[in-house]
Structure formats: structure tokens, C-alpha cells
Ligand binder design. Structure first.
Ligand code: TMP
Length: 204
């Protein structure tokens, strides 16, 4: 028996996080045991690495290696055991984020990304990835309205976020079965209907 692994992705301000809990609750009404988690993070060590990653300036390769180090821990301690027990894991970001942010946004060599992906999770890929997409100016406006200190990624310039968005869209176009794009400019209700339909088609 193997559970299902669903990830949420998108540029900062795309509004994906509010749908993660909603999907988990809906899956529980379908009788599934569901773990909600996030990256970077998801374990005690991973959350410590998250604090460093979101706040401390560092070299691009250090950033990439720490993302994958946190991911290795997350897979070993939470994701792989849960899937092996037949449980579901709903994760706010995974390796597509490294592809988009460190690859697209910061220009990490793709071969280095692929080598780490192969090393850290050769046999695990999400069963389904929901990519929340929306125009950059709308996402930037949402971030600007947030009444909190912005992290290192949110503080990046618009052209960084545009490259992240384009990398996500390119990744979706080369993985059309796994990655389904959701128009995040739609209403919350429309997005919920779309998520439910997509998960039913892809996973249930
Ligand atoms: P979050 O705000 O969606 O929780 O994500 C934290 C930030 O970390 C977000 O700006 C994207 C960034 N990030 C990367 O740059 N690479 C990664 O591999 C992951 C998982 C997140």
C-alpha cells in the first residue's frame, strides 16, 4: 500500500497556503489520513534550517544544499514513512521550488539541481503538484499588503519573481501529467472546485 504525495507551488503571494489546510480537511472527509507539512521545514531540524534560509544571506550553492539537506531529513523522517503506511502527505512546496527559485530566480546550473534531486529523492516525486499561477503585479500587491516583515525571498526584486514564475511555467509544460496549473486570480470558491476536481482525477 502506498499513500499519495501532493505538493503546492507558486510564486510568493500566489495564495496557495490558504488552500493547503482546506485540501487536507477535504481529504480527511474522504477517509484519508493526511499529514500537512511544508518546505523548507517539516521537521525540527528542517524548521531550524528554514529560519536560516529565510533570513541569513548566503551563497547560492549553500542555499541550494541547505534546501536539499532539509528535504532529505523531511523525506526520511516524515514523507517516506507516511507514504509507506498508505497515508497522504500534502506539502507546501517541494523540489519544484528549488528548480524555480534557485534555478530560475538565481541562475543555479540545472545539472547541479538534477544531481541533487537524483541524490535526495531519486524514487520519490509528488503524485500531483498544484501550481498556483497569477500575474506578478497581483502577487506583489498581495505581498505589499502583508503586515509583517518580509523574508529574504519576498524582498527580492520583481525581475527575480518573474524568472521564478517563468521557471515554474516551463517546468509545468514539461511535466503536464504531474503539474497542474491553477489560475490563482480566480475566487477562493472557484479554486476549491478546481482543486477538488484535479485531485479526484489524478489521485482518487
Ligand atoms: P513559503 O513562504 O511558501 O513557505 O516558502 C518560503 C520561501 O522559500 C519562498 O519564498 C520560496 C523559498 N524556497 C526556495 O527558494 N527554494 C525551495 O526549494 C523552497 C522549498 C522554498
Amino acid at each position: 500500500m502506498k499513500g499519495k504525495f501532493i505538493t503546492f507551488e507558486g510564486i510568493d503571494g500566489a495564495g496557495k497556503s490558504s488552500h493547503v489546510e482546506w485540501l487536507a480537511d477535504w481529504l480527511r472527509t474522504q477517509g484519508k489520513t493526511v499529514h500537512v507539512t511544508r518546505e523548507p521545514g517539516g521537521t525540527e531540524l528542517g524548521e531550524k534550517l528554514r529560519t536560516l534560509l529565510l533570513n541569513d544571506p548566503m551563497h547560492l550553492e549553500t542555499e541550494t544544499l541547505l534546501m536539499f539537506a532539509a528535504r532529505r531529513e523531511h523525506l526520511a523522517r516524515l514523507i517516506e514513512p507516511a507514504l509507506a503506511r498508505g497515508e497522504w502527505v500534502v506539502c507546501d512546496r517541494f523540489s519544484d521550488a528549488t528548480y524555480a527559485y534557485q534555478g530560475g530566480g538565481r541562475g543555479l546550473d540545472r545539472a547541479k539541481f538534477l544531481a541533487l534531486e537524483h541524490w535526495v529523492h531519486e524514487h520519490v516525486q509528488p503524485d500531483l503538484t498544484l501550481l498556483f499561477d497569477l500575474p506578478l503585479d497581483v502577487a506583489r500587491e498581495r505581498i505589499a499588503r502583508a503586515s509583517r516583515v518580509l523574508d529574504r525571498f519576498e524582498q527580492e526584486r520583481a525581475d527575480f519573481h518573474e524568472r521564478v514564475r517563468q521557471a515554474y511555467l516551463e517546468r509545468a509544460s514539461t511535466n503536464p501529467l504531474r503539474i497542474r496549473t491553477i489560475d490563482a486570480s480566480h475566487s477562493l470558491e472557484e479554486i476549491k472546485v478546481k482543486i477538488e476536481k484535479t485531485v479526484l482525477e489524478a489521485c482518487l
